[in-house]
Ligand binder design. Structure first.
Ligand code: AHR
Length: 522
C-alpha cells in the first residue's frame, strides 16, 4: 500500500485540490469500482428526518406562529424551510417519539385560540400548546417538499382514534372530511407512511412483543388511507437495538398473517450513545472518545445484519422494509439548557458519524428502505440549530446535502483498502466508501477518512468507466470537535474539490476526519 502511495504521490500534488490537513505524509489507500455490476436502489427515504414535540424541535425551531417577527409563512419559519428544502428532505416522521403515544390529534385541530393545551411529561414537563397540529405539520412538509410519516398513538389511544385521524386526513365526503374542510383544508392530505406506535417495548407502553402484536393487528386493520392513488405504508414497532423478540414475533406473525392486516415496514431504533444516561461530550472530547464513539456507530451494520437475517427467514422476498426511524448521536445536553429538551451541539465527528451510517444503510439498501435521523431541528443530532431569529447549519446538515446525489441512485459495489485506524485498543477501517449511479446514469463516490491524524491518498481504479474528471465537495475541520456557532457559522462547511482521471485512475487526498463526495464527469 505504501509503495502505491509513493507511486501516486506526484500525481496527487498535481491533480488534487483537496487537503486542508495534508501537511504530513499521506497514507496510501485504494478503491476498486465494480462498475459492471449494480446493487439495489438506495431509496431516497434513507435520508429522512424525525421531528418530535420535544424542547425546541417544533416550538421555536419550526413553528413561531403567524404573528412572530421572525419571517414565516403561516407560522412556519422561512429560514428553516429554505435550509431543509436545500437538502431535499424526502420524509418527516411526526409527532413523536414517546410524545406520539400520548398525542391526541383532536387537541391539535381547529382555531388556534381554541386548542386544548396539555402537558409534555416525557420532555421537560412543559406545556404543549398544540398550536402546531395536523394542518400545520402538513403545511410544513408541503413547504419543504417532503412526505408525511405519521405516528399513531397506540400507548394511550385506541384503534378508533387512529382510524378517525386517518379519515380526517385522507377522506372526502364524510363528516370528518367536512370538519377538515371547515378547518381550512378541503383537499385530502397525503399520508405516505403510518407508524403504528413508538417503542412499544419502552415508553410506548412496555408491552411484550405478543401484546403489541395484538394491538398491531387491530391498528393495521382499521387505520385506512382513503385517498385514491396514494399508497400508505404501515410501519410496525420493531426491535429495541439488538434485542430480537419483537423482530421474531412480528415477522413470524406477518408470514402467517390472515387477509385482514398487513405491514410494509418494521422499525428499528438505535442511537450512538456510549452508555446510559448519555454523557458523551458534544465538544471538548479527546481522541479516545472520538474513536470509541465511531466504533460504536459502526455497530449499526451488525445490528442490521442481525435483524435482516430474521426478516429474511420469514420474508425472503424482502417485502417488509427495515425502517431505522430513530438513529444518530445522543450526547450530554448542552450545559445550561433544560436536560429534557435534548439540545446538543453537533461537530465534525458527528458529520463523520452520519456519513458512516449512510454508507451502512446504502449497503443494506435491499432491506433498509427508510431511516429518520433524530432529530431535525434543535434536538439531538440536528440539521439546524436556532436561537430566536438566528439559525445555523450543522456539520451533519452538510453531509445530508452532500449525499443528495445518492437519493434513488443505484449502488455500485466497491472494494476499499485503506488500512486500519487505531486509537489504543480501538481499531476500525480507516477509509469507508460507497459508489452509486444516479437516475441520469452519473457515477458518484462518497469517501470517509475517519483517521484524525493522517491524510489519505486514495487511488481509485476506474477501469471500465468512462470519465475524465471528478468534481464534488469535501467536509473537513480544524479539529474533530469543531462546531458551527452563531458567531462562527462556517467553521465546518464543505469546500469544492476536483481531480482529473489519468490512465483510468483518479487520485485524491482525503483530509483527516473528512467526508468527500464526488461525481464523475465525462
Ligand atoms: O428521540 C428522542 C426519543 O428517543 C424518542 O422520543 C423515543 O422514541 C426515543 O427513545
Amino acid at each position: 500500500m505504501r509503495s502505491l502511495c509513493l507511486r501516486v504521490s506526484a500525481l496527487v500534488l498535481a491533480l488534487s485540490t483537496i487537503g486542508a490537513h495534508a501537511a504530513g505524509a499521506a497514507i496510501g489507500a485504494s478503491l476498486t469500482l465494480d462498475a459492471a455490476h449494480s446493487g439495489p436502489v438506495i431509496d431516497r427515504h434513507i435520508f429522512g428526518q424525525f421531528a418530535e414535540h420535544l424542547g425546541h424541535g417544533i416550538e421555536e425551531g419550526v413553528w413561531v406562529g403567524p404573528s412572530s417577527t421572525i419571517p414565516n409563512t403561516r407560522g412556519i419559519r422561512n429560514d428553516v424551510v429554505a435550509a431543509l428544502k436545500a437538502i431535499k428532505v424526502p420524509v418527516v416522521r411526526w409527532p413523536g417519539g414517546c410524545f406520539a403515544d400520548e398525542y391526541h390529534w383532536r387537541n391539535g385541530i381547529g382555531p388556534a385560540n381554541q386548542r386544548r393545551a396539555g402537558l409534555n411529561p416525557n420532555w421537560g414537563g412543559v406545556i404543549e400548546p398544540n398550536t402546531f397540529g395536523t394542518h400545520e405539520f402538513m403545511d410544513f412538509v408541503d413547504q419543504i417538499g417532503a412526505e408525511a410519516y405519521i405516528s399513531a398513538n397506540v400507548g394511550t389511544g385506541t384503534p378508533r382514534e387512529a382510524a378517525e385521524w386517518l379519515e380526517y386526513m385522507t377522506a372526502e365526503h364524510t363528516a370528518l372530511s367536512d370538519e377538515r374542510a371547515a378547518n381550512g383544508h378541503p383537499a385530502p392530505y397525503k399520508v405516505a407512511y403510518l407508524g403504528i406506535g413508538n417503542e412499544s417495548w419502552g415508553c410506548g407502553g412496555a408491552m411484550s412483543a405478543e401484546h403489541y402484536l395484538e394491538q398491531l393487528k387491530m391498528y393495521a386493520r382499521y387505520s385506512r388511507n382513503y385517498l385514491p392513488g396514494q399508497t400508505m405504508h404501515k410501519v410496525a414497532v420493531g426491535p429495541d437495538g439488538a434485542k430480537t423478540e419483537y423482530t421474531e414475533t412480528i415477522m413470524k406473525a406477518w408470514r402467517d398473517k390472515v387477509w385482514s392486516w398487513d405491514i410494509d415496514g418494521l422499525s428499528l431504533h438505535s442511537y450512538t450513545v456510549n452508555g446510559w444516561p448519555p454523557a458523551q461530550k458534544a465538544t471538548g472530547f479527546g481522541e479516545a472518545e472520538y474513536a470509541s464513539f465511531l466504533k460504536e456507530t459502526l455497530g449499526m451494520d451488525d445490528l442490521i445484519n442481525t435483524h435482516a437475517a430474521i426478516m429474511d427467514k420469514y420474508d425472503p422476498a424482502k417485502k417488509v422494509a427495515l425502517v431505522v426511524d430513530e438513529w444518530g448521536a445522543w450526547l450530554a445536553p448542552t450545559p445550561g439548557t433544560n436536560p429534557g429538551f435534548l439540545m446538543q451541539q453537533n461537530s465534525q465527528r458527528d458529520a463523520v458519524l452520519a456519513a458512516l451510517n449512510f454508507n451502512i444503510f446504502a449497503r443494506h439498501a435491499d432491506r433498509v428502505r427508510m431511516t429518520n435521523i433524530a432529530q431535525m431541528v434543535n434536538v439531538l443530532q440536528a440539521m439546524v440549530i436556532t436561537d430566536k431569529e438566528r439559525m445555523l447549519l450543522t456539520p451533519t446538515y452538510h453531509v445530508f446535502k452532500m449525499y443528495v446525489p445518492f437519493h434513488d441512485a443505484r449502488l455500485v459495489p466497491v472494494h476499499v483498502d485503506g488500512g486500519t485506524y487505531s486509537a489504543g485498543a480501538i481499531h476500525m477501517p480507516r477509509v469507508d466508501a460507497i459508489a452509486a449511479r444516479d437516475p441520469a446514469g452519473k457515477l458518484w463516490l462518497a469517501v470517509t477518512n475517519v483517521d484524525p491524524h493522517a491524510a489519505v491518498t486514495l487511488a481509485v481504479d476506474l477501469s471500465g468507466v468512462s470519465a475524465a474528471a471528478a468534481v464534488g465537495e469535501t467536509l473537513t475541520a480544524p479539529r474533530i470537535d469543531a462546531v458551527n456557532t452563531f458567531d462562527a457559522p462556517t467553521t465546518v462547511a464543505p469546500k469544492p474539490v476536483s481531480a482529473r482521471v489519468v490512465n483510468h485512475k483518479l487520485v485524491l487526498t482525503l483530509a483527516p476526519e473528512s467526508v468527500t463526495v464526488l461525481g464523475l464527469q465525462p
